[in-house]
Design a protein around this ligand. Structure first.
Ligand code: PLP
Length: 412
């Protein structure tokens, strides 16, 4: 179900919530996770939710209750996940910026590291001979593939073939024996299987090459995911289950997937369509022929590109009625010229004080909101029984703004 329509069932209560706010739905998150699980019933899969998309406690607890693990890009995200009760065995740490102390922290906490560079492999090699290693600790490698369409990731993610071969050639046999996962992240915001199929083929080929050259075995093949949410995939005329099926069959053409686990790390696909933003129109103005609506919600990432796509909607407006619509640009009230929420959206007559809903607001909004002090929305949770409660209050955000700017003694 389209996410805005889904929230319409609760429009009476939602209408009472002070703006700006974002409401996440537990049911939508669970459904999104189950779409992944159901798609590949005959293949052992592991779902690791990418915490960077949204680290709210209730989101992480829902992910845990569904039996998923998490992928973290920082020690802080891993600590939040541990606090949410996620088992250390289900957590991975993967980031180009991991330093020795963070890798060492991960090892001591029995958390798997996915190495993003030769330098991180060298650190692990060094620590293997120094540290008391947990018996079951393993690590993985993140690769960068020679695919034209994923060139944008060549700026910093993973290792190319020569780098990884060179890195692994130098490590001692004990370190090699701890390698059990190969990872590639290259399909962010994909809505069809074309690119994913190329990625899985290339990844399978490279996994084969490394296994043969170093006599290792990848127990886990990590396709990273990064697909868009089901709403957007459907809008593009595709289906998440078909995409996942296709990419797994392409992987099987290159490497035997029996007795291996295929890992997916969806972030936005789990939370993006599970939330709506609520905002009020502060003012309207016209600049060089464009009708501008200034609203009261703002985070650094209520900005559509490259992380998000938003759809703005007037909750009292019947979508099937297309007459009397005008085109608007919806912007936040900050002084940053980048705070454009939607470049062009058709809406009915809008008045100051009207409430607008922003669909697809669940991913990356909250994670990156923190530095827009005065504009942080409150966060709300619609549980699976249909009860809505506030989970983060704007007053707490205000306290945090004082605190992180060094005003801890003046906190109100
Ligand atoms: C290692 C890793 N896994 C998973 C993801 C999830 O991405 P998305 O939110 O696009 O699903 C990312 C995103 O950058 C990533 O770097």
């Amino acid at each position: 179900m389209n996410s805005l329509n889904y929230f319409l069932n609760y429009s009476k209560v939602i209408g009472e919530i002070p703006t700006p706010a974002i409401i996440w739905s537990e049911e939508k998150i669970i459904n999104n996770i189950r779409l992944y699980k159901l798609a590949l019933e005959n293949q052992e899969i592991e779902i690791r939710y990418a915490v960077k998309a949204c680290a709210l406690k209730l989101v992480l607890e829902t992910v845990r209750a569904e039996g998923c693990g998490v992928d973290c890009q920082s020690v802080m995200e891993a600590e939040l996940s541990l606090k949410a009760g996620i088992d250390f065995q289900k957590i991975t740490l993967n980031s180009p910026r991991l330093r020795e102390e963070e890798i060492s922290w991960a090892i001591q906490n029995k958390i798997k590291v996915i190495c993003d560079s030769k330098n991180q492999i060298e650190i692990i090699d060094k620590l293997v001979s120094k540290l008391q290693f947990p018996k079951d600790w393993r690590y993985g490698v993140r690769v960068s593939l020679p695919i034209e369409e994923t060139k944008r990731f060549h700026s910093k993610l993973g290792m190319d073939t020569s780098e990884i071969l060179f890195g692994l050639e130098k490590v001692n046999p004990k370190t090699l024996s701890l390698l059990d996962e190969i990872h590639h992240h290259g399909a962010a915001r994909e809505t069809n299987s074309c690119l994913l199929s190329k990625v899985t083929k290339e990844l399978g080929k490279l996994a084969n090459l490394i296994e043969n050259k170093f006599s290792v075995r990848f127990q886990k093949i990590n396709l990273g995911s990064g697909l868009d949410s089901q709403d957007i995939i459907k809008e593009a005329g595709n289906d998440l289950q078909l995409i996942l099926h296709e990419c797994c069959s392409h992987l099987k053409e290159q490497i035997d997937t029996k007795n291996r686990i295929i890992v997916f790390e969806p972030g936005r696909a789990i939370v993006q369509n599970s939330a709506i933003g609520l905002t009020k129109v502060i003012s309207k103005k016209r600049i060089w022929g464009k009708d501008i609506i200034v609203v009261d919600i703002s985070t650094n990432v209520l900005i559509p590109s490259p992380l998000e796509k938003f759809c703005v909607w007037h909750p009292n407006f019947n979508k099937s009625k297309t007459e009397n619509l005008s085109e608007f640009v919806v912007v936040d009230g900050t002084c940053s010229p980048t705070g454009v929420i939607v470049e062009s959206v058709k809406l009915p007559t809008i008045n100051e004080g009207d409430m607008l809903w922003i669909g697809l607001s669940g991913a990356y909004t909250w994670s990156l909101a923190q530095s827009f002090y005065d504009y942080i929305p409150s966060a709300w949770w619609l549980d699976k029984q249909g009860v809505i409660k506030q989970i983060v209050d704007r007053e707490n955000n205000k306290k945090m703004a004082f605190y992180i700017n060094g005003f801890e003694n003046d906190m109100i």
